[in-house]
Design a protein around this ligand. Structure first.
Ligand code: BGC
Length: 509
């Protein structure tokens, strides 16, 4: 009994200390104006919101297939209905209009447009749906930003190897050509692929995301090369055949969480920098660096480990000289997704820490979120300064490109009074403004996500929406959270005010 009381007192004390520390950190935030030219946006993705997984002639995507398997999605849910955006897309656009943002980033479902995966059959239903969404956005003064591929590959193409088959470059080019022809008169910003690392490492190297192949140390590298070549094909296609008339921009979005040393020791700093090369540079370096190709540190480490392990050649495939030239410079902007920061060290790493071979074993380091308070979904652990550091990494390593922040947001277990989300977003935008002061060319900031949606293997349980989605209601009713009002206020005033609760006293509707 006494021990319990002592423990609960200790818990309250720790909580108080954490609250005071948080307040202190908040106090250091000043009222700031957003930088001129930084557009504000909100995002979603097809499989996560549309539902209607089997209407009309749509064929199953890899996510339809795995979400229907037992014990894959943590809460046993699927994206079969999700937010029912396919039926009620107008309501999504009303919500976006309410926020007043400049643009809406959403994705197109490949199997909804091309049920066979190939261009021999274009779905009228699919085309009609996306035409409706695009036209409704434009009619409301909202710019559509379209992700061509946000993880929902047609299962038919997966059966042929998916991103592990080099022919994917042809298939992706054929699909993209149809999108440019059909929607390119109105869509002026295209994102080819969302987060190649998540697709390759978690889908082919591990069994975390679809298609859950788990061929570690091999699958992630083969697919990295193929995704880069497919992306470059589509960039060249747009650049040569569509840009002259359509006059849009096209780029790739790379998950750019920050990786840094556990301590300031030279060894830890090296481990952090190698982690950045493996996790971000692997995809960014071939496109944005002056010399192209995969980062030297990754080539060296994977070649060495492959040799020791008896592979006849490096598990990291080589680019030919022509391919290096073909990929280099193929992004008009750096699409930047960011959620958190991890800290790396080689102390405590030994062969056998991770499966052999594997991406983590090749990197040869261990990592953690240090003593930061873990968020409901660990990859949202709030470490705002990492945003500034990651943006500066892009500036330094990628020739200071225009950076479109295409995702940043906070996952919770729900609730309308989401002060934690407001706090997270506010502090991250503050860090973006620091990066702008450092000379990073940030042209857009996007909150992930418009509304709660199907959060991949976490299912419907984890909620990223600034609007709540009521999954129990037939229409999947939405309600604005505190964060929606806060973001709306930010959009209207372009002022970041740490006293965000006080701001609401002056709100008028
Ligand atoms: C993905 C989103 C996802 C978000 C939050 C990003 O990696 O692009 O689809 O919902 O993270 O986990």
């Amino acid at each position: 009994m006494k021990v319990n009381m002592l423990l609960s007192k200790l818990f309250i004390l720790v909580k108080l200390i954490v609250m005071v520390l948080c307040e202190l950190e908040n106090e250091t935030m000043k009222i700031r104006k957003l930088s001129d030219g930084m557009k504000l946006s909100i995002a979603s993705a097809a499989y996560q919101i549309e539902g209607a997984w089997n209407v009309a002639d749509k064929s199953p995507s890899i996510w339809d297939i795995i979400s229907h398997k037992p014990n894959v999605i943590n809460d046993g849910t699927t994206g079969d209905d999700a937010c029912k955006s396919y039926e009620y897309y107008k309501r999504d656009i009303e919500m976006i209009k309410f926020l007043g943002v400049d643009s809406y980033r959403f994705s197109i479902s490949w199997p909804r447009i091309l049920p066979t995966g190939f261009p021999n059959k274009i779905s009228d239903n699919g085309v009609r749906y996306y035409n409706n969404v695009i036209n409704e956005l434009l009619a409301n003064g909202i710019e559509p930003i379209v992700t061509i591929y946000h993880w929902d590959l047609p299962q038919s193409l997966q059966d042929l190897g998916g991103w592990a088959n080099p022919l994917i470059a042809n298939w992706f080019e054929d699909y993209s050509r149809i999108l440019f022809k059909t929607f390119g008169d109105r869509v002026k910003t295209w994102i080819t692929i969302n987060e190649p690392k998540q697709i390759g490492l978690f889908g082919y190297g591990l069994s975390y995301l679809a298609p859950r192949l788990n061929i570690h140390g091999v699958g992630e590298y083969i697919t990295a090369k193929h995704m880069l070549l497919a992306h470059a094909r589509v960039w060249h296609l747009y650049d040569e055949q569509f840009r002259p008339q359509q006059k849009g921009t096209i780029g790739i979005t790379i998950a750019t969480d920050f990786r840094t040393g556990m301590t300031e020791s030279p060894e830890d700093i090296q481990a952090g920098s190698d982690a950045m090369d493996f996790e971000v540079g692997l995809y960014a370096h071939p496109i944005f660096s002056a010399d192209g190709d995969f980062p030297e540190s990754v080539k060296r480490r994977v070649a060495k480990r492959s040799k020791e392990q008896g592979f006849g050649r490096s598990r990291l495939p080589k680019f030919t000289d022509e391919e290096i030239e073909f990929v280099k410079g193929t992004s008009d902007f750096y699409g930047f997704n960011h959620y958190s920061t991890r800290f790396y060290t080689r102390e405590g790493f030994a062969p056998g820490t991770y499966p052999v071979p594997s991406f983590d074993d090749d990197l040869g380091a261990v990592s953690s979120y240090k003593n930061y308070t873990p968020a409901a979904i660990i990859h949202c652990t709030e470490i705002p300064k990492g945003m500034r550091q990651a943006l500066n990494w892009v500036k330094e390593s990628c020739n200071n490109p225009p950076v479109m922040i295409t995702e940043n947001g906070f996952g919770t277990l729900g609730g309308l009074q989401d002060k934690d989300r407001v706090r997270y977003i506010m502090r991250y935008i503050d860090s973006v403004l620091d990066a702008v002061d450092d000379g990073v060319n940030v042209t857009m900031y996007t909150v992930w996500s418009l509304m709660d949606n199907f959060e991949w293997v976490n299912g419907l349980r984890i909620k990223f929406g600034i609007f709540e989605t009521d999954y129990d209601s037939n229409m999947k009713t939405r309600r604005p959270r505190l964060s929606a009002f806060w973001f709306r206020h930010l959009v209207a005033t372009r002022t970041l005010d740490p006293n965000f609760e006080a701001q609401f006293l002056n709100l008028e509707f």
